[in-house]
Design a protein around this ligand. Structure first.
Ligand code: R5P
Length: 258
């Protein structure tokens, strides 16, 4: 791995623990003002000290995040669709030059395996990696899953492996109870899990803990943090699971104490 790429990656995946807590706040790029993220300027600063990086679009970054922040920026560079249309109809919307200008430590895009535009999104990932490798920029590929698709190890394993084959440096996918370790095993690059829809805090902590146990290097989690009644407690608890391997019970206490 090139020095620059390795160095950028080390800003997200801690060289000390080999793990990462990415805070995903990009949801507005296709769903507009999202519960818990309606006012990013107010909602986000308190969470940043506990995140290893922030997964965000350029618009919210520029308008809502203080440029003096220490949190490394992982930039979402794909989009072009909304919840009202065909979600797989995505393209690359933000240039590599822009990612460099914003001092990003990585770029991310969604890949829609099995959906209407799977071919275009997979090819776009290959092209993004070509551009990213030129400047030493890590690429996070997100396995977007359609509403009618089953989130099982077979599908998630297929989608994650395809992302790695295209050259992604990290893959974000969903956790599945059965055989998640096989998803990890079949993917030669680090895997982080998305949290998905808001679930009870204890369940979300258990999911993060199981994912780490099964080989994930961390989370790129959003709604289960910023939609919690105690977002700071929740991100602290997730951080403790990921980096300190605390039990779910201990993590739940951290959450409760806010
Ligand atoms: C979804 O399209 C976004 O890429 C989110 O970053 C991702 O789903 C993680 O957020 P959450 O934990 O809310 O699922």
């Amino acid at each position: 791995m090139d020095w620059g790429l390795k160095n950028r990656l080390s800003k997200t995946i801690s060289p000390k623990t080999g793990k990462t807590v990415m805070l995903a706040v990009d949801h507005g790029y296709f769903q507009g003002p999202t519960t818990g993220l309606k006012n990013p300027k107010e909602d986000l600063p308190k969470l940043l000290p506990y995140a290893d990086s922030l997964f965000i679009t350029r618009g919210i970054l520029r308008n809502c995040i203080d440029a003096n922040t220490n949190v490394p920026i992982f930039l979402r560079v794909s989009g072009g669709t909304s919840i009202l249309g065909e979600l797989s109809n995505e393209d690359i919307t933000t240039s590599m030059k822009e990612a460099l200008r914003l001092n990003s430590v990585g770029v991310g895009m969604s890949v829609f395996v099995g959906a209407k535009n799977e071919d275009r999104t997979i090819s776009n990932l290959g092209r993004l990696v070509n551009e990213a490798e030129d400047v030493g920029m890590p690429v996070l590929a997100i396995t977007a899953v359609g509403k009618d698709m089953v989130r099982d190890a077979r599908y998630l394993g297929l989608a994650s492996r395809i992302c790695a084959e295209m050259g992604a440096h990290i893959v974000k996918t969903y956790y599945c109870e059965k055989d998640f370790d096989k998803v990890v095993e079949g993917c030669p690059v680090p895997i982080v899990i998305a949290g998905g829809k808001k679930i009870p805090e204890k369940d979300a902590l258990q999911m993060a803990s199981n994912a780490i146990r099964d080989g994930a290097v961390g989370v790129d989690m959003g709604r289960n943090i910023f939609q919690s009644d105690k977002p700071v407690g929740m991100i602290k608890a997730i951080n403790a699971i990921v980096h300190k391997n605390v039990s779910v019970k201990e993590a739940f206490d951290i959450y409760k104490n806010g």
